[in-house]
Design a binder for this molecule. Sequence first.
Ligand code: ZN
Length: 391
Amino acid sequence: MNAERFMNNLKTIAGIGRNDLNGIDRLAFSPYYYQALKELEKYLKERDFQTRVDAIGNLFVTYNPDNKDEFIMLGSHLDTVKNGGLYDGALGVFAGLEALESIKEKGLKLNYGLILAVFNAEEGSEMGGTFGSRTICGRNDFSDKGFEERLKKYDLTLEDIRACKINFDNIKAFIELHIEQGPTLYNESIDIGVVNGIVGITRYDLKVFGESNHAGTTMMKYRNDPIKKLPKIIKELFDLADEYEDPFVMTIGDIKVVPGMYNVIPREANLFIEVRDMSQDNINKFFEKLGKFLSDEKFDYSLEKMIEKPSVKLDKNIMSLIEKSAQDLKLSYKEMSSGAGHDAKEISHLVPTGMIFVPSVDGISHSPKEYTKEEDLEKGVRLLIEFLKNI
Ligand SMILES: [Zn+2]
């Protein structure tokens, strides 16, 4: 690889959208997103790579000098969250670009043609996360009534979306290099994470009911205040979560009270509860136990499931090949799951899929402080190239 070229491309093109807080605002479908995409496309065309941009702003780059019939797809996303970092998504894009350039330069013979996929709208937007990759996989929910309305805001139709679906018959595998976005590799000084799966996400809305009344005239002994029940419930939530092993995580993301005024005893407390794990069984049991606790305590409550996105397991053969490639390069590695969603999750439903993680300093991401050391980025790129040679 050419480390200087790689870093230069990453810093200049993925630096588009930088704000006063030193973060990056390259939101999906934003002018900065399309500016970066155009810059990247221009760079590729100048180097005689074949490019195609679809209706939703995904870019595909084909490198197939030996006219192979079968392809390996690699890539990640070019959009960021608001005030995000340089590496989330962009690493996989520019590592893929460097892989294509290095392989072309050296005239390396591969068993497959390569398609670099640069996805739009991986980060959560009103289209939902992983929109770009979900769309090429044909995995949108067309029965969702609001879908067509939301598309209109971006001048898109259901037909446009259907036309973005690609045929995966000739694509034999997908590989995504990404920063870990957690502290494990960094804390344990390990070069590479070999991702075995992406956790499932289940969200529940818990409402605890009481009775609204005057905050001045209702003596303490006469109140039915849902807030008073919260300490016990919150303790139970954390105690239950502690019964499970990594990567099981539970988050109370918000607590709202209704009506939410100084002088009114609330009638309702509303908790947003999110649980992530590889095992849906664990997640379901967690919420069953929570329901049992709430009933045993005779709380007046409702517990409603809002979202259930199942976990996915990544491909064992691809994992072995990543490990073999890491051994070739004498890189240390460990098997781990991903606590965040990725484009790889969508594509894993269609073709054998793998993910490579590199360390995130202090595990920080979705922040201007997101940082991965240059040497760790390079290890990731070299491993990606080695994997493409080995597959
Ligand atoms: Zn990402």
